[in-house]
Design a protein around this ligand. Structure first.
Ligand code: PHB
Length: 393
């Protein structure tokens, strides 16, 4: 048995990129079908980052899914950098007149799924073995299997929003592209717990024992991270050991007391910078992690996915509305100009704050000089603030 369907834009992946694209397209009268390999429960439960740039909040407003975000999200006017026993506050509002909003990616995803399922169009959950055919033709097709039945989805365009491990990027002809990569010799161990945050704002700490980050999801839920080595196992990190290490790295002085409690999620992730160019070929367009990865230090991953989606949506609207393909043809170049700046910022924040080996290396001295400069120069603080709140798109 085989089933055939037809849509305008076939979207692979029901993460925030695919869902936001589908929602914005629908508001412009463009239909899509979303294929997702996982279940709804899985997608709605995965824990990801939690800082939204002002531009991302604006896009979610435009998409009509910002009600809960405005009710439960926490507007932050700055962040703190803790280094050498001192805390430096970077005042976003004073330096850039912008803010960021702390609201979990998990919640963004739930809001977008609810909007989609309230009448926008289908999400096919558990779509197995998705394959992309004919991207150089004007009728690309997506093959997939659902409950043992083969399906074909005939599309005008395909949006690859299926993350770093998805099928979309490998479906671009490798010979036409190039990849750029930087791996780092450390990872982040993250813990989520229902305890009040230790501070009103995020604290990025550079410490001789390694980097630490105090973040949050709400006034009663905290998210912390510590730098760890790549060969460490999560079993070696019972909650008590993580809390002890956080206290050491964030310091009882000058950081207020940390409230500890049982973890509700715990994981280790490697850090990576990665860009695959171009982000399009024929009628296949990549967005978000399918095309690029940033280390989490600047909280840019979700925000970059959102700006990609903005550019792609605008281009598809010009195609269907005016028959003008200039924006579609320029999509990759337009998106990459912003991607590379976020890659630069995320790499810089990572190299600034993590413990490097050996301590006496030239890079470690550069790090000290950079932190010193940041503390003494408003121009340097403005550079950090302007990038953190998000460059325009
Ligand atoms: C988080 O809250 O998960 C988070 C915040 C800031 C980052 C990375 C992750 O830079």
């Amino acid at each position: 048995m085989a089933a055939q369907e037809r849509t305008q834009v076939g979207i692979i992946g029901a993460g925030p990129a695919g869902l936001l694209l589908a929602r914005l397209l629908k508001l412009h009268g463009i239909d899509s079908v979303i294929l997702e390999a996982r279940t709804r429960d899985y997608v709605e439960a995965r824990v990801r980052a939690g800082v939204l740039e002002q531009g991302t909040v604006g896009l979610l407003e435009e998409a009509g899914v910002a009600e809960r975000l405005h009710r439960d999200g926490l507007v932050h006017n700055g962040v703190e950098i803790a280094a050498n026993g001192q805390r430096l506050r970077i005042d976003f509002r004073a330096l850039t007149d912008k803010t960021v909003t702390v609201y979990g990616q998990t919640e963004v995803t739930r809001d977008l799924i609810a909007a989609r399922l309230a009448g926008d169009g289908p999400i096919v959950w558990k779509a197995a073995d998705v394959a992309i055919h004919g991207i150089e033709s004007d009728r690309p097709r997506l093959g997939y299997r659902l409950a043992g039945v083969e399906h074909t989805l005939i599309c005008d365009f395909v949006a690859g929003c299926d993350g770093f491990h998805g099928v979309s990027r490998p479906s671009l002809p490798a010979a036409l592209g190039q990849t750029f990569e930087r791996t780092y010799p450390f990872g982040w161990l993250g813990i989520l717990a229902d305890v009040p945050p230790c501070s009103d704002e995020l604290i990025y700490a550079s410490h001789p024992r390694g980097f630490a980050l105090a973040s949050m999801r709400s006034p009663t839920r905290s998210r912390y991270y510590i730098q760890c080595s790549l060969d460490e196992k999560i079993e070696e990190w019972p909650d008590a050991r993580i809390w002890d290490e956080l206290k050491l790295r964030l310091g009882s002085e000058p950081v207020p007391d940390i409230t500890t409690g049982p973890s509700i999620e715990k994981s280790i992730a490697p850090l990576r910078s990665f860009v695959s160019t171009p982000m399009q070929h024929g009628r296949l367009f990549l967005t978000g992690d399918a095309a690029h990865i940033v280390p989490p230090t600047g909280a840019k991953g979700l925000n970059l996915a959102a700006s990609d989606v903005h550019y792609l949506c605008r281009a598809l609207v010009a195609h269907y509305g005016k028959g003008n393909d200039d924006l579609l043809n320029g999509y990759s170049n337009t998106a990459l100009a912003r991607v590379w700046k976020a890659e630069r910022f995320s790499w810089w924040m990572t190299m600034l704050l993590h413990r490097l080996h050996p301590e006496t290396s030239f890079e470690a001295q550069m790090q000290r000089a950079e932190l010193d400069y940041l503390a003494s120069s408003q121009a340097a603080q403005t550079v950090l603030a302007e990038n953190y709140v998000g460059l325009p798109f």
